[in-house]
Design a protein around this ligand. Sequence first.
Ligand SMILES: O=C(O)CCC(=O)C(=O)O
Ligand SMILES: [Mn+2]
Length: 185
Amino acid sequence: MHPPIDHMPLLNPSEADASFNRLLDECGWHQYELSLYGRRVTEPRLIDWAGAVTYRYSGRTLEPRPESETICELRQRVEAETGQRFNHVLINQYRNGQDYMGWHRDNEPELGPEPVIASLSLGQARPFQLRPVGGGDTVEVLLNSGDLLVMQSGCQASWQHQLPKRATSRIPGTRINLTFRWITQ
Ligand SMILES: O=C(O)CCC(=O)C(=O)O
Ligand SMILES: [Mn+2]
C-alpha cells in the first residue's frame, strides 16, 4: 500500500536557503506546553502561523495573523504548483533531531473530510513517515530543503504521519516546515 502523496523539489537550493534565513529571523516563534499523561511538558518544537482565519489546532486556538511577504510568496509558489488555494499556514521549527512531531492525522473538523495539505521543507533534511491507520508497513520519505510534499485527499482519513526524533549526532541542523491548509468556517 502506498499513501496518496506527491513529493517533488519546488525551490532551488539558493531560494530555499534565502527563505529559511528570512523565516528564522522574521517569524514570532512560540513554544507551547502540552499535557502528556497529566504532566505539563514543553512541546518539542517551535511554531508560528499565518492566515486570515482562526484555526483550532491541537487543543489551542490560533488567532488570525497576517502573512509576511516571505510567506505570501511561498504560498503563491505552492498554490501554482498544486493548483489548490490555501488560507492558513502552520510553521514548525525543529531546532535539531531532538525536536519532532509524533504520529497524528491532520483531521480537525474545520479542514473538511478530505483535505489536501501541502508541506514545504527548508533547511536540515529530515525523514518523514506515514503508516496506515489500521496497521501496516511504515513508508519513509526524506524531505530535503526546498521539497514540497503534498498529502492528497484521502491521506488524512487512512494514514497517520510523523516527523520522528533522531540523535543530534545524526541530525544536528535546524529545519523549518510550512504546512499550507484550507480552513472552512
Ligand atoms: O514537519 C513536518 O514535516 C510535518 C508537520 C505536520 O505534520 C503538521 O504540522 O501537522
Ligand atoms: Mn500533520
